[in-house]
Design a protein around this ligand. Structure first.
Ligand code: C2E
Ligand code: CA
Ligand code: CA
Length: 296
């Protein structure tokens, strides 16, 4: 009964509602979720997380425009863990809010260090889970920006459509709070969720990011190519910035460039970089020059 209750609690927001039946299988599922949660809690307090930075480039001229921060977990027992393996578990509990807050704090702290070294601002994008997109968010971001004394040109937030599913008034008020701080807001994984056109009309988003699932087969799959073309033209005509992720080949980059996509990120120019390597990149950055020297 206790295990079923634990599962029901995890399901609170899910489609199956707040009840669950016990089964042997459930036993294993719940205990592995609980084990992972307690390992993540320990990791948060034991400094086992760190960030890597994937550069984002303007498509014309390949100038560095910023980077996406991606979290990694150095688990003392199992080695380096990818977020795909632990973010879903963190999202089932309230841990994700602590994790996202930690990433945001780190990103601001690095930005402050670079800024103090005289480095020109690059937008450092932080991924926020829907659960972190709350009415308190603008206030907490404002507090961080004051604490680290950084200009808003250093910060960008990436949210997915799931963050927009709350009441419209609430979402707009959070977004307006963030825009008042002059932050950039990017709608991530565009094309994979509802991709509701009314979102683009109603919500003050600065940028949409085309999901890598469409970019992957761009050169072979005619329907992916059509979708990508449509997203770019929709975004550009609405006055939004459009970035593509997962760009691995020159052919993909050329396609995006010929359809006037604004920016891209992907293995073609750079994998996510460790702190020191990214730092080197922003330090050497000269606006308007080719800065894609780092194929690691
Ligand atoms: P995402 O936000 O869509 O991030 C893009 C993922 O694609 C990253 O995987 C990145 O390493 C990978 N990627 C980048 N370029 C390429 C490429 O050219 N080819 C291929 N095949 N993959 C590429 P990663 O780092 O494993 O992150 C997975 C997901 O975990 C992210 O998807 C995001 O949803 C989540 N995540 C990562 N860091 C955070 C975080 O700090 N907070 C939250 N809430 N979620 C995070
Ligand atoms: Ca992202
Ligand atoms: Ca994505």
């Amino acid at each position: 009964a206790d295990i079923a209750m634990g599962k029901a609690k995890l399901n609170r927001q899910g489609a199956s509602g707040a009840y669950a039946y016990y089964s042997q299988n459930l036993n294993a599922q719940v205990s592995s979720q609980l084990e992972l949660e307690s390992a993540l809690r320990r990791a948060l307090h034991g400094d086992e997380f760190y960030l890597v930075f994937q550069p984002k480039y303007r498509i014309q001229g390949a100038e560095l425009v910023g980077a996406e921060t991606l979290i990694r977990w150095r688990d003392p027992e199992r080695g380096i863990q990818s977020p795909a393996d632990f973010i879903p578990a963190a999202e089932k509990s309230d841990l994700i809010q602590e994790l996202d807050a930690w990433v945001l704090d780190r990103a601001c702290r690095y930005a402050a260090q670079w800024s103090a070294q005289g480095i020109q601002p690059s937008r450092i994008a932080v991924n926020l889970s829907a659960k972190s997109f709350t009415a308190q968010l603008p206030q907490s971001v404002a507090a961080l920006m004051r604490r680290y004394a950084i200009s808003p040109d250093w910060l960008e937030l990436e949210i997915t459509e799931s963050a927009l599913m709350n009441s419209e008034g609430e979402v707009i008020s959070i977004m307006n709070g963030l825009l008042a701080l002059r932050l950039t807001l990017t709608l991530d994984d565009f094309g994979t969720g509802y991709s509701s056109l009314t979102y683009l009309k109603r919500f003050p988003i600065s940028c949409i990011k085309i999901d890598q699932s469409f970019v992957r087969d761009l050169s072979e799959d005619e329907s992916d190519a059509t979708i990508v073309r449509a997203i770019i033209s929709l975004g550009v005509n609405l006055g939004l910035d459009v970035i593509a992720e997962g760009v691995e080949t020159e052919a993909q980059r050329e396609f995006l460039m010929s359809h006037h996509c604004n920016a891209f990120q992907g293995y073609l120019f750079s994998r996510p970089l460790p702190l020191q390597d990214f730092e080197k990149l922003v330090r050497e950055r000269r606006p308007g020059t080719q800065s894609a020297g780092s194929h690691s």
